[in-house]
Design a protein around this ligand. Sequence first.
Ligand SMILES: Nc1ncnc2c1ncn2[C@@H]1O[C@H](COP(=O)(O)OP(=O)(O)OP(=O)(O)O)[C@@H](O)[C@H]1O
Length: 195
Amino acid sequence: METCRLAANHLACRRGERLLFTGLSLELAGGEACHVTGPNGTGKSSLIRILAGLLRPFVGTVENTGSMALLDQSLALDEHLPLGKSLAFWRALDGAADRDLARLGLAELLEVPVRYLSTGQRKRAAIARLLGQNAPIWLLDEPLNGLDTQAVALVEQLVAEHVAAGGIALIASHQAIAVPGMRTLALPDFEPELA
Ligand SMILES: Nc1ncnc2c1ncn2[C@@H]1O[C@H](COP(=O)(O)OP(=O)(O)OP(=O)(O)O)[C@@H](O)[C@H]1O
């Protein structure tokens, strides 16, 4: 896997008139995972979006070496196509074979239109897309939502494998997630006054 690094320098995040967090710095090298925790509304998803380059920080900078793949609540698959064809669209762009479809329990669902997939099946499909991107840096926003116990264990295993192979995983989740050696970053539950 290509060398990777992800650093956030003195980030502050403003949403509307609220300052969600300030002075947030982190640095992750290849082989490291971080679990971002915090009560509802503290800014876990906002942090992930800032790191992904989808939201401008109020203050601070993000640096990354290596490409990033984002897993969040949106599913970037054509709802009207069967799952297999929808994944094939991205496979043609990524130039990589779909990985682990059987392991994700998707092999039997390739003929099913994406719009008919259940919540957990949609999440599994999103994970297939994540794997297909072959990105060294994973940004995962609530990756366990909607998954059954077996699938939760599979995600934990996939993250552990990714990190063991030299990748980075940053995971925002309310739920406990077991990955060996993973650090925790707890977002504070407070609202600093805007200057
Ligand atoms: N576009 C927006 N404009 C104003 N406020 C916003 C916007 N998007 C989100 N917020 C607010 O920012 C705060 C943080 O939202 P965010 O989704 O980052 O929190 P979270 O920690 O991921 O929450 P949860 O645990 O509920 O998923 C919330 O109070 C939310 O209402």
